[in-house]
Design a protein around this ligand. Structure first.
Ligand code: PLP
Length: 376
């Protein structure tokens, strides 16, 4: 059996090596390392794939989130609602900009932001909601968008883990993750579902004015060269990374299908085990399985993980500490016990290897080892 990894990027590369090497070589030959033609070409192709009117590539997903909040003109003191069970980037940029992060609890089954919790967290100072489509499945966007409309709030989707996931509205209309709110932000970190060979990110928007602001902010606040109308940042996607992404984009649907097939295997193998709760599949969204995350009940998660490590099955805890319990984000408004679902998840989640190259032999071994580790 091939050794197990959380993510196997080597074998994925080997399958597309000739076209990938040629794409990278073309950039080196052109020496257009910054703002080369491949950047715009990739952006146009990703617009076609996602259905977003504008895709604006930037340096990474965290900066995409920061630029989004800057483009919306949020001011210090404005409150931004985000789930407490997520990767830190979401709240980090809120805090960096002097905005006030307001965290809310998540749902036990989907592990995504609870819309009811958002409703209760809205105050006269609330300006934006940042749902995270965690692990590859959309948060419940329709009630969230309705709530935002009712209270005149912006919605910025963090779709770093969910590129290609599709949400279905009650009237049957569908939309891709990242294209439903005012702005969507994604990451092309190597292990993400569409990953480059370094750092990368992008913003999605259907709004022409916002697209223009985003482009200006990402380019030092500069529309006319050396004329700075606003304070911006320097956030660019390198041409080599754009060429890599443009080479991988036509494969994204098969990559997603491979992840879904692995997830289906896991679901079947764990069905009915009293200690293992598999990820809930919401009726309103497809799941692109950036992570396959179990909730372990009635067993010691850390012991299970230790047994898996012994058996050479990697498993990770995404995420062990909710935002409101992180040292840097301590806030007199929050204390342990305030967000019971997130705290319970932090103590019981375990993510299994999930990537495009898992074969049946590996899946059989992983599932056998997980089952014997929880039953030990
Ligand atoms: C990866 C990730 C980010 C940040 O992306 P970077 O490109 O690493 O800056 C933001 N939010 C979530 C939910 C992520 O998973």
């Amino acid at each position: 059996m091939k050794p197990l990894q959380m993510v196997d990027l080597q074998r994925q590369y080997q399958k597309i090596k000739p076209e990938m090497d040629a794409a990278i070589q073309a950039v080196i030959d052109s020496a257009a390392f910054v703002k080369g033609a491949q950047v715009e070409q990739f952006a146009r192709n990703l617009e076609a794939y996602t259905g977003a009117k504008h895709v604006i590539p930037v340096a990474n997903g965290t900066e995409a989130l920061q630029i989004a909040l800057m483009a919306l003109g949020l001011r210090p003191g404005d409150e931004v609602i985000t789930p407490t069970f997520t990767f830190i980037a979401t709240a980090e940029v809120v805090a960096l900009l002097g905005l006030t992060p307001v965290v809310v609890d998540v749902e036990w089954g989907t592990m995504n932001m609870s819309v009811e919790a958002v409703r209760k967290a809205i105050t006269p100072r609330t300006k934006a909601i940042v749902p995270v489509h965690l692990f590859g499945q959309c948060a419940d966007m329709e009630p969230l968008l309705n709530l935002a409309r009712e209270h005149h709030l912006y919605v910025v989707e963090d779709t770093a883990q969910a590129i290609g996931a599709r949400y279905t509205f009650s009237d049957g209309r569908t939309a891709q993750a990242g294209t439903m709110g005012e702005i969507g932000c994604t990451s092309f970190f190597p292990s993400k579902n569409l990953g480059c060979y370094g750092d990368g990110g992008a913003l999605f928007t259907n709004d022409d004015t916002l697209a223009e602001s985003i482009r200006v902010i990402a380019n030092h606040g500069m529309k006319v060269r050396y004329h700075h109308d606003m304070i911006g940042v320097n956030s660019r996607l390198d041409t080599i990374q754009a060429a890599i992404l443009d080479t991988k984009l036509p494969h994204l649907d098969e990559y997603i299908a491979a992840r879904q097939a692995a997830a289906d295997y896991y679901d079947r193998a764990f069905a009915g085990n009293e200690h293992i709760l598999t990820p809930e599949r919401a009726a309103y969204s497809t799941h692109v399985f950036h992570q396959y995350t179990l909730r372990l009940v009635g067993v010691d998660r850390d012991q299970v993980r230790a047994r898996l490590t012994e058996a050479k099955v990697p498993a990770m805890i995404y995420y062990p500490i909710p935002l409101h319990l992180q040292k840097a984000y301590q806030d007199p408004r929050y204390k342990a016990g305030d967000f019971p679902v997130a705290e319970k998840l932090a103590a019981c989640v375990l993510s299994l290897p999930m990537h495009t190259e898992l074969d049946d032999e590996q899946l059989a071994y992983i599932t056998q080892q997980v089952i014997s580790a929880v039953n030990a």
